[in-house]
Design a protein around this ligand. Structure first.
Ligand SMILES: [Zn+2]
Ligand SMILES: [Zn+2]
Length: 232
């Protein structure tokens, strides 16, 4: 697959997930659909969300630019340029990317809470959302998600030392990670997460927003169990 096409399809996944996240946020602000599945009783004010939207959109635009530029240079180095439907390889690489990315994110997130300077100057922005909406996952200081974005690329580099990264494993990662972020910030109880062992459900991250300290893990819950940072 040529580089331009690879980047275009990756951007369709990223932008598509964010458009879905936008409509999910609008739905929870302006309708009473699924109200009974809301985690917190507190209702989010629409005007507060709209004042956050410029930073959210700026971050998404920056994400598109950085992803395009990064993948343009990395594609020939770390990816297989063939679309191979090899399920064992896809699943194995997907799990490795998710695990390394998530462990890196847990450490970064934990550090952002323990370092008061970083907490007040950078991470506090994300915590203005006490009752988050789906798209609030991008209501962060740009430096925060840029630092976080190194996680999957550590994993991709590591895999590429042994074998080229399968494009479908990378796309699956992008889709799952984006949709999971929307899920854990949606304010609604998770449905599917309960059936996947160690998978982070929205109640877990929503409690992190409500209480500030504890529950630093997002994709996998194991890190909070190992480092004893779990709250209920
Ligand atoms: Zn936090
Ligand atoms: Zn959050």
């Amino acid at each position: 697959m040529e580089t331009g096409r690879f980047i275009l399809y990756t951007l369709i996944i990223i932008v598509g997930c964010n458009i879905f996240g936008f409509f999910l946020s609008i739905m929870s602000l302006h309708t009473n659909l699924f109200t009974k599945y809301r985690i917190q009783k507190r209702k989010m004010k629409a005007n507060v969300f709209y004042t956050r939207l410029p930073l959210i959109l700026f971050n998404i635009l920056l994400l598109v630019l950085i992803s395009s530029l990064g993948l343009y240079y990395l594609y020939p180095i770390i990816f297989s340029n063939l679309l191979e439907l090899n399920f064992d390889v896809i699943l194995m690489q997907l799990i490795i990317i998710l695990l390394i990315d998530d462990f890196y994110f847990f450490l970064l997130h934990y550090w952002m809470h323990k370092n008061k300077f970083i907490l007040d100057r950078i991470h506090r922005i994300h915590h203005r959302a006490i009752t988050p909406l789906a798209l609030d996952y991008m209501y962060v200081h740009p430096l925060e998600w840029i630092l976080g974005y190194f996680g999957p690329f550590f994993a991709l580099f590591l895999i590429s030392l042994f074998t080229p990264v399968n494009i479908l494993a990378f796309w699956s990662y992008q889709f799952i990670r984006n949709m999971h972020e929307l899920d854990v910030h949606s304010g609604y109880k998770s449905f599917l997460s309960k059936w996947i062992p160690f998978w982070g459900e929205s109640e877990h991250h929503d409690l992190h927003h409500a209480k500030l300290n504890g529950n630093y893990a997002t994709t996998f819950l194991i890190w909070d169990n190992i480092f004893k940072t779990k709250i209920r």
